[in-house]
Design a binder for this molecule. Structure first.
Ligand code: PMP
Length: 365
């Protein structure tokens, strides 16, 4: 049980699940449906973060006029905690999530939260609910921090009051039957983000705006949508909730290419980490523009050998087929590629503590 921390008063739940009930809910939990016993809430008013609370997970009370419900001042993050072989628990680069959270906040005219307070909230919640951190390889505790505007006011202006909330959800192996390539739909009808917009912020509205394109992708028999740039409708940006990587092979030389950060795609923490891990594995890396035509040409010529997507939730997912209006291409025979799997193994090993943390990325709770 956690005792109160510098900025959080701990009030343990009066009705935590029994060990047996918790164990039953942790068997292959569907992503994002099961929540732990506790959550953290920290209100912001009078220009500063107030005393926070770690308490039983449960509904929030919001005024119907709360401005986030109308004008969308709402941001969130996602990171994971992993059980380590020595029984400790570590999170993967949570300070990076804190920093991205604050960049998202700035773009939506919301207040920043001190990085130390963001980390204190995560560590306190994980310590309190440590029995909820799954122990099997591929499993983790998914942490969901968010901030919403709570002013009961209908004027369109930045809210003066906010609520930071953090809760956690046990996440089973994303591919319980093993990694399998996905089929993607390259969207020419919808765009996710335009220059000057909110594409690099992790704000709620970006996801609302993506849902129709995602439904269209599913109607076309695809798992995920791939977004193109809004201006030329030509350059590849990212996939659903993941960044994309393209693998080139020239004899022994492997180069992994990912679209450069243009301000309209989300700067993924997995993306950033893989750019460094690729170098550790002896691969060259490039961040640059890549057009759909180039993608097609390089698959046709055989220079491009693999494509994969990466993000916190699914780690690394191979892309086996890409479709758009008027064409379809198969990548690597719709099979898992060696470079994709090598990077996936390296990242999972680091996160689960079976490989050395040479970059100092793991944060001990
Ligand atoms: N793009 C989008 C749109 C996302 O929502 C995410 C998930 N946060 C990513 C990319 C991958 O980012 P990360 O590696 O930080 O999870």
């Amino acid at each position: 049980m956690t005792t109160s921390t510098p900025n959080l008063v701990v009030t343990p739940s009066a009705h935590p699940l029994s060990d047996a009930e918790r164990a039953a809910r942790m068997v292959n939990p569907a992503f994002g449906r099961i929540f732990t016993d506790h959550m953290v809430v920290i209100p912001y008013r009078d220009g500063k973060w107030q005393q926070g609370e770690l308490k039983a997970y449960g509904p929030l009370t919001l005024d119907p006029s709360a401005s986030s419900l109308h004008y969308g001042q709402a941001i969130f993050e996602g990171y994971k905690a992993f059980a380590q072989p020595d029984g400790s628990i570590k999170t993967f680069r949570p300070e990076q999530n804190a920093e991205r959270f604050n960049r998202s906040a700035a773009r939506l005219a919301m207040p920043a939260i001190p990085v130390e307070l963001f980390l204190e909230a995560g560590d306190a919640l994980i310590s309190q609910d440590r029995n909820w951190v799954p122990k099997n390889t591929g499993e983790s505790l998914y942490m969901r921090p968010l901030m919403i505007a709570t002013d009961p006011y209908l004027g369109v202006r930045p809210s003066e009051e906010y609520l930071f909330v953090l809760f956690a959800s046990p996440a089973g192996a994303y591919f319980p039957k093993g990694v399998k390539p996905v089929t993607v739909w390259i969207s020419e009808d919808f765009v996710r983000a335009a220059p000057g917009g909110t594409g690099e912020a992790k704000c709620a509205g970006n996801y609302a705006a993506s849902l129709m394109a995602q439904s269209q992708a599913q109607e076309k028999g695809c798992d995920q949508v791939v977004w193109l740039d809004a201006v030329h409708r030509e350059f590849i940006e990212e996939m659903g909730g993941m960044n994309l990587f393209f693998v080139y092979k020239d004899g022994e030389k492997v180069t992994v290419v990912t679209p450069e950060l243009t301000g309209t795609l989300l700067p993924g923490i997995t993306r950033r980490s893989l750019l460094e891990m690729a170098k550790d594995l002896g691969y060259a890396t490039e961040e640059r523009k890549l057009s759909v035509q180039q993608w097609r040409d390089d698959i046709a010529s055989g220079r491009m050998t693999e494509v994969f997507a990466c993000g916190t939730a699914a780690v690394i997912t191979p892309v086996g087929v890409a479709k758009a209006n008027g064409f379809e291409m198969t990548i690597n025979n719709n099979e898992n590629g060696a470079v994709t799997l090598a990077l996936r193994e390296a990242l999972l090993g680091l996160q689960h503590g079976t490989a050395a943390d040479t970059h100092g990325w793991m944060h001990k709770v």
